[in-house]
Design a binder for this molecule. Structure first.
Ligand code: NOJ
Length: 557
């Protein structure tokens, strides 16, 4: 089937557990999603991506799947999912599911069977290795020195089978053996199951990791967290495997968005360029590292130049060859205003950040709560945090630092900040649930930051997102135009233009707490610019107030 023009889409991401509780048990669910579909459509987005909604013991909140073909009972039933799907389609929203196939839960029936021994039909579904025996004594060593991306070794010993299994993430997420053709057949069946139901595509979790080097060689011993990466990222059979999945997606005209941590433009182009590309877009991480090194936990001060370098590297790098996935938040990153913006200029920086990324070339993603400017939560002790990555990193690194300093690291980095309940109103528990207790802490700033309040305010972050998304959708220049950055060395200003068939749109964004002046980058910008959007009630060419964003147009002559 022919694919729809995915390039026009903007996508709203739902992490359902914290989105909206529809049945009053304190946990977000598909009943709550159903109730909010009109709200989502009102944003002007074209699709919803659901983070995993499958049965899962939640060691990694859904990214440990125990059954690929069902819905987690906390979230509803397959029937309820179909209702959501049907209504979303009626509203013109596509539905994209998360396909997590690098690993399963250790409670997945395949793994429970695989553990039992070396000669059952599932024995070879995972990556098992014998311990390396030391010459003397009974102690044995791990099969290699790889580290899990959530810290600690990437191997866990299973006493029942007497072998180690590989887990690039938590020990409850054993990696599937994608070299086994039966595993790939199972995955294709999973894809068909949802596509037959009417789902429009997949966001594919750490998809560039699914093909491991057969010998699993040791990685660099001194590198933390990612030392095995050269042997599992963009691995030897990746194109073949993705080609097989692409063939299924093509039958349905489905869109495929791959997640690719630590990738670069050159590797990305292998996947997303050309008619016979194996993926439509890649979720890369470069621009998520403007205030950290490798992971948010290894935090440093925010650098606008680093952010802009990353933005432009991808804009120029994919130009004319591939299509970017644009985002500033998702369930894996703390809230962006708390990182790259300013709590003092909360509204201004929330809207400035929106303007900084929504008008680049690519499909914008908006993560639940981002559109109202939700901010990071600060819990007092590590026990209150739930995210397995935060907990592991806390246990492994900086152990000699003071408690206070270590908690500060958690505050700036934890994924839990993206996972607090969405703040719908100033009602108890932010209107997220009618239960006495929501499943996780509500950010106490909900009386000020909530959907109801922002609905009523024409200048709110929420209404700015609406205006910006509508502007993008209605402009071929913003959809398809060429990108060019100006003044890349400025540490206070981000300026870029999009040009298409003689039309120019210039986006000017301040990342500064003070007023500043700016000038048009070239003398030949003609007179007659028209202001399309700004985040202050008025705007003057040449001046910017704190975190002011302006979008100007020069029509084709
Ligand atoms: C990426 C997902 O976005 C993240 O939430 C998860 O922890 C890892 N992949 C492992 O599935």
């Amino acid at each position: 089937m022919e694919q729809f023009d995915f390039r026009r889409m903007s996508i709203y991401q739902i992490w359902v557990r914290s989105f909206c509780d529809g049945n009053g048990d304190g946990i977000g669910d598909l009943y709550g999603v159903y109730d909010k579909l009109d709200y989502i459509a009102s944003l002007g987005v074209d699709a919803i991506w659901f983070s995993p909604i499958y049965p899962s013991p939640n060691a990694d909140f859904g990214y440990d799947v125990a059954d690929y073909k069902d819905i987690h009972p906390d979230y509803g039933t397959l029937e309820q999912f179909q209702k959501v799907l049907h209504r979303a389609h009626e509203l013109g929203l596509k539905v994209i599911l998360d396909l997590v196939i690098n690993h399963t839960s250790d409670q997945h029936p395949w793994f429970l069977e695989s553990r039992k021994g070396r000669d059952n039909p599932y024995s070879d579904y995972y990556i098992w290795r014998d311990p390396i025996l030391k010459r003397r004594g009974k102690k044995h060593k791990l099969p290699n020195n790889w580290s899990s991306q959530f810290a600690g070794p990437a191997w866990a010993f299973d006493a029942q089978r007497g072998q180690y299994y590989l887990h690039l993430f938590s020990k409850n997420q054993p990696d599937l053996n994608m070299d086994n053709p039966r595993v790939r057949e199972e995955i294709r069946a999973v894809m068909r199951f949802w596509l037959d139901m009417g789902v429009d595509g997949f966001r594919e979790d750490v998809i560039t990791y699914i093909s491991k080097h057969r010998d699993l060689p040791n990685g660099l011993p001194w590198l933390p967290v990612i030392n095995g990466m050269p042997y599992y990222k963009d691995g030897p059979n990746i194109m073949r495997f993705l080609g097989e999945y692409r063939a299924v997606a093509r039958e349905y005209g489905a869109v495929q968005i791959g997640e690719a941590p630590m990738t670069n433009v050159k590797s990305a182009l292998r996947y997303v360029s050309g008619e016979d590309r194996v993926l439509d877009m890649l979720i890369e991480f470069d621009h998520m590292m403007a205030d950290c090194f490798l992971t948010e936990y290894l935090h440093h001060a925010f650098s606008l130049r680093k952010l802009k370098r990353a933005f432009s590297r991808w804009q120029y790098g994919l130009a004319g060859q591939g299509w970017n996935a644009l985002y500033l938040e998702n369930h894996d990153h703390p809230r962006v205003i708390s990182r790259y913006g300013s709590l003092r200029f909360w509204r201004e920086s929330g809207t400035a950040l929106a303007a900084a990324y929504l008008f680049q070339q690519g499909c914008p993603f908006v993560y639940q709560g981002q559109e109202i400017g939700m901010t990071n939560i600060k819990l007092h002790s590590i026990e209150q945090y739930l995210d397995v990555a935060s907990k592991n990193l806390y246990a492994m690194f900086h152990k000699r630092e003071s408690q206070e300093k270590r908690m500060q690291r958690i505050h700036v980095s934890s994924r839990d900040s993206a996972r607090t309940p969405v703040q719908w109103s100033d009602a108890p528990n932010a209107g997220f649930t009618t239960a006495a207790e929501p499943w996780f802490y509500v950010n106490q700033n909900y009386p000020e930051i909530n959907v109801a309040r922002e609905e009523d305010d024409p200048d709110s972050i929420l209404n700015f997102y609406r205006r910006a998304l509508a502007l993008r959708k209605g402009s071929d220049t913003l959809l398809f135009g060429d990108y060019r950055e100006f003044f890349p060395r400025s540490a206070s200003l981000y300026m870029y233009e999009r040009t298409w068939r003689g039309e120019r749109v210039l986006v000017v964004v301040s990342f500064w707490h003070f007023n500043q002046r700016w000038r048009l980058p070239e003398a030949h910008f003609p007179q007659g610019a028209e202001l399309l959007l700004s985040n202050y009630p008025d705007a003057a060419m040449g001046t910017l107030r704190p975190y002011e964003a302006q979008v100007w147009r020069w029509r084709a002559r």
